[in-house]
Design a protein around this ligand. Structure first.
Ligand SMILES: Nc1nc2c(ncn2[C@@H]2O[C@H](COP(=O)(O)OP(=O)(O)OP(=O)(O)O)[C@@H](O)[C@H]2O)c(=O)[nH]1
Ligand SMILES: [Mg+2]
Length: 200
């Protein structure tokens, strides 16, 4: 069983070359700036301030490792924050992609997409990138609390239609405010970790 209470912050990295080699399964959180990656980590692990969050996009500017036994959870910077300089956007983009392409034991990516909108071109590019690099991913649809049940159903159809590989994607409507989707995320983690007989 996954004892989520044992998670602890490990370290942050501004360069791939600083990262320790992979020494166990990793799960990463990817998505547009401000989509709710850090908030999701806090909610999934039931901690208020494990990962830093902000109303201002661009909060997470490094790769942040959290460790639970041998398992690492990785909070990545967001992509697509238009107010950053082109060179800073390119640096963060490189960091995200280098991590995702690195020779590590990356079990699964959570590719977060804001449930209120159609997927952005950058969201579609990221789905393509993950497919091309054969990285398995699921898609939490964040900020579900801002939509009615009917709107949620409609948006689920939009996502399925518009995201590359949409028919085969597992979507998880999620809210870090209400906790919607937390159990589904725990189930996904337990499934992978028990499958591989990890002792954590
Ligand atoms: N209503 C609602 N607001 C949310 C939800 N998740 C995140 N937010 C808000 O969205 C804002 C951004 O959240 P973060 O978790 O910092 O987003 P992030 O993806 O880590 O952003 P970067 O680190 O900048 O890439 C904050 O104001 C959060 O409170 C959600 O499920 N529902
Ligand atoms: Mg963040």
């Amino acid at each position: 069983m996954l004892n989520i209470n044992l998670i602890a912050y490990e370290q942050s990295f501004g360069r791939i070359s600083q990262m320790p080699p992979s020494s166990g399964p990793e799960f990463a959180f990817v998505g547009r700036s401000n989509v709710g990656k850090s908030s999701m980590i806090n909610r999934v692990f039931n901690r208020k301030n494990l990962a830093r969050t902000s109303q201002v996009p661009g909060k997470t500017a490094t790769i942040n490792f959290y460790k639970l036994g041998q398992v690492r959870f990785v909070d990545l910077p967001g992509y697509g924050y238009a107010k950053l300089s082109k060179s800073e956007q390119a640096r963060l983009d490189g960091l995200i992609r280098d991590y995702l392409r690195a020779d590590r034991q990356l079990e699964l990516v959570f590719l977060l997409v804001d449930m209120r909108h159609s997927p952005s071109p950058l969201d579609k590019q990221m789905a393509d990138f993950l497919i091309d690099n054969e990285v398995p991913f699921v898609v939490p649809l964040t900020k579900a609390d801002k939509l009615s049940a009917r709107q949620q159903a409609l948006q689920l159809e939009v996502m399925t239609r518009e995201l590359p590989g949409g028919q085969d994607i597992t979507f998880i409507p999620f809210s870090s405010q209400t906790g919607l989707g937390v159990e589904a995320v725990h189930a996904v983690l337990e499934d992978i970790l028990s499958d591989e007989a990890f002792n954590i």
